[in-house]
Design a protein around this ligand. Structure first.
Ligand code: HEM
Length: 470
C-alpha cells in the first residue's frame, strides 16, 4: 500500500498562503494599473529583527506526535555515527540498533491535524528530518551497494509536512539553524551571545559554534532585508534625494557584508576542522552525497522516490545570501553576457546549484526571492544608468566577492584539506572514523548534492565579480 495516498492533499497550507498573497498582489496591481507594488517583508514570514529565523522557535508537538519527539530525545544518547569504528561508537551499536528497530516498527502518524499550523509543521519537519539523518547515519555502512530504506514511520509524514511547507523532505539549513536556535536566556532577545542549539548530532562545542556562526549571520543580515525592502518601496528614483538614499543604503549593505565575512570567519575560532569533517559533516550527507551513481535512499511508502529532493543541509540554502544575489543581480547561471567571460572551469561548474538549493528553503521564503526578482526597478540596471550609484553598487558587489573568497578558504580548510589529510590528530575516535571513510569514499571532494566543491565555490565567486559595472 502506498501510504501517501491516504494522507491529506499536499500543500494546502501553502496554497492558502499563496492565494492570500496573490489576491493582495492583484489588489495592489489593480490600484495602480501598470505598476508592480512590492509587498512588505512581513508577507513572507520575515521578521524585522530576526530575519528568516522565526521570532519564537517552533514549540514541541502535542502528545499524538510523542513517538517522534521521544525518539528525538533518545537519539543523542542512544546513537553513534555508523561509520565510526571507535570503541566509544561500538559501545552504542546495540542501543543504536534497538532505536532503529523501534523506528522501523513505529506508527505512520497522520499529520492532517497540523496542516494549517505553520509552527507545528516546522517543528514536525524539524523532528522528522533529524530522525531521518539519525536513522541513516547511525546505520553501519555495508559493503554492497543496496539503497538505504528510510522507514515509512518517518518517510510518509515527512513528505506530507514538507509538501505543506513547500520545502524538501530532508534535513535542511532551516532544520539545523533557523528552527534549531533558541535563546539561552529567554528574558533577553536572540543575539550572538544569547543563543542555544538544543539539538546537535555530535554533541560537540564545535558543532554548536558552527551553527552560531550561521545564525549570527542571519541575525546581522536582517538589516539587509530591511534595506532592500526600503529601497524597493521608494516612490520614485528620478530625484536626487532618492538616488542619494539608495547610494547610502548600498554603502551600508557593503559594510554589513564585510561584517558577514567576519562572522563567517569566526567559525574558525570555535569549530575544529577535524571535528567538523569527521564527526559533524557525515551526519549531513544526503541521498546523493556519494555522487549520481550511488545507491541513494528509498522513502518507504512514498511514491515517485526519484522526484524527492534529498541532498541534505547547506548554508547555500540560506535565503539571506540568495536575497543579496537577487538584489545585486549575480548571474550564477551564466545566462547574461558579462565581462570577463567565464573560464572553462566556471562553465563546467554546477550552474543550477543555487537554483536547486532554493527547493530546500521554506516555500514562503522561495516566494520572497521570486517576488524580489520581479522588482520593476532592478538595482544593477538602475546603477548602470545612474553614474552616482555605480561606485556604491560596485563596492557592495566586491564585498560579496570578498566574502566568497574567504568562504572558499574555509571550505578548503574544513573539507578539501581534511579529506586529503592522512593523519587526524584530534581523537582516536576520529582517526578510526577517518580510516573507514577514506576506504569507502573515492573521487572528487563533493558538497551538498554531490557537487564538486572547489569548482562550484570558485564559479560562484567569479559570477559575483562579473556583476561589477565597468
Ligand atoms: C566550517 C565552516 C563551513 C564550511 C566547511 C562550508 C562549506 C561549504 C561548502 C562545501 C559549500 C558548497 C555547497 C555545499 O556543498 O553545500 C558551501 C556553500 C555555502 N556556504 Fe558554507 N561552509 C562553512 C561555513 C559557512 C558559514 C558560516 C556560512 C554563512 C554564514 C556559509 C555560507 C555558505 C553559502 C551562502 C554557500 C552557497 C555558495 C555561495 O553562496 O557561495 N558557509 N559551504
Amino acid at each position: 500500500m502506498e501510504f501517501t495516498r491516504v494522507l491529506p492533499a499536499p500543500s494546502q497550507l501553502l496554497h492558502f498562503a499563496l492565494s492570500a498573497f496573490n489576491s493582495s498582489f492583484a489588489l495592489l496591481k489593480s490600484a495602480a494599473p501598470g505598476r508592480y507594488h512590492m509587498l512588505p517583508n512581513s508577507s513572507f514570514c520575515i521578521d524585522n529583527e530576526t530575519g528568516f529565523i522565526p521570532r519564537m522557535p517552533p514549540a514541541r508537538l502535542p502528545s499524538m506526535f510523542q513517538f517522534w519527539e521521544r525518539s528525538l530525545s533518545e537519539a543523542a544518547t542512544a546513537l553513534s555515527l555508523g561509520e565510526d569504528s571507535s570503541d566509544e561508537a561500538e559501545a552504542k551499536r546495540h542501543s543504536s540498533e534497538r532505536w532503529r528497530q523501534r523506528i522501523r516498527e513505529g506508527p505512520v502518524i497522520c499529520t492532517s491535524t497540523i496542516e494549517f499550523d505553520v509552527g507545528r509543521l516546522q517543528r514536525a519537519h524539524f523532528v522528522l528530518a533529524w530522525l531521518v539523518h539519525y536513522y541513516v547515519h547511525s546505520t553501519p555502512p555495508t559493503v554492497d551497494s543496496t539503497p538505504m530504506v528510510v522507514p515509512k514511520s518517518l518517510a510518509v509524514p515527512l513528505v506530507a509536512v514538507s509538501r505543506c511547507l513547500g520545502i524538501a523532505p530532508v534535513l535542511t539549513y532551516a532544520d539545523t539553524v533557523l528552527w534549531n536556535v533558541t535563546t539561552a536566556d529567554p528574558e533577553l532577545p536572540l543575539a550572538h551571545d544569547n543563543m542555544r542549539f538544543p539539538h546537535l548530532f555530535s554533541g560537540t562545542d564545535d558543532e554548536h559554534a558552527f551553527y552560531v556562526a550561521s545564525a549570527t549571520a542571519e541575525l546581522r543580515g536582517a538589516e539587509i532585508l530591511r534595506i532592500i525592502e526600503d529601497c524597493n518601496t521608494l516612490p520614485d528614483v528620478s530625484n536626487l534625494a532618492t538616488i542619494s538614499k539608495i547610494s547610502r543604503s548600498l554603502t551600508r549593505v557593503t559594510s554589513i557584508i564585510e561584517e558577514l565575512s567576519d562572522i563567517m570567519q569566526s567559525v574558525r575560532a570555535g569549530c575544529d576542522p577535524h571535528v567538523f569533517h569527521w564527526a559533524i559533516r557525515p551526519w549531513y550527507r544526503g541521498s546523493d552525497a556519494s555522487g549520481p551513481d550511488s545507491a541513494g535512499w528509498i522513502y518507504e511508502g512514498v511514491e515517485n522516490n526519484k522526484d524527492l529532493d534529498l541532498s541534505g543541509p547547506s548554508a547555500g540554502q540560506s535565503t539571506l545570501m540568495h536575497a543579496l544575489d537577487v538584489w545585486l543581480d549575480i548571474d550564477h547561471k551564466l545566462s547574461q553576457k558579462r565581462a570577463p567571460p567565464p573560464s572553462d572551469s566556471n562553465r563546467q561548474a554546477d550552474r543550477g546549484f543555487m537554483q536547486r538549493m532554493r527547493r530546500y528553503m521554506p516555500g514562503v521564503h522561495q516566494d520572497y526571492l521570486r517576488h524580489l526578482a520581479q522588482s520593476p526597478r532592478p538595482l544593477r540596471e538602475l546603477a548602470r544608468q545612474t553614474p552616482a550609484l555605480r561606485e556604491p553598487y560596485n563596492s557592495a558587489v566586491m564585498a560579496l566577492k570578498k566574502l566568497r573568497d574567504g568562504h572558499l578558504k574555509i571550505a578548503c580548510l574544513y573539507i578539501i584539506t581534511m579529506s586529503r589529510s592522512s593523519r587526524c590528530p584530534a581523537t582516536a575516535m576520529m582517526q578510526k572514523a577517518q580510516e573507514t571513510l577514506k576506504a569507502t569514499r573515492n573521487g572528487p571532494v563533493r558538497g551538498t548534492g554531490g557537487t564538486e566543491v572547489s569548482t562550484l565555490l570558485k564559479a560562484g565567486r567569479d559570477a559575483t565579480r562579473r556583476a561589477v559595472l565597468e
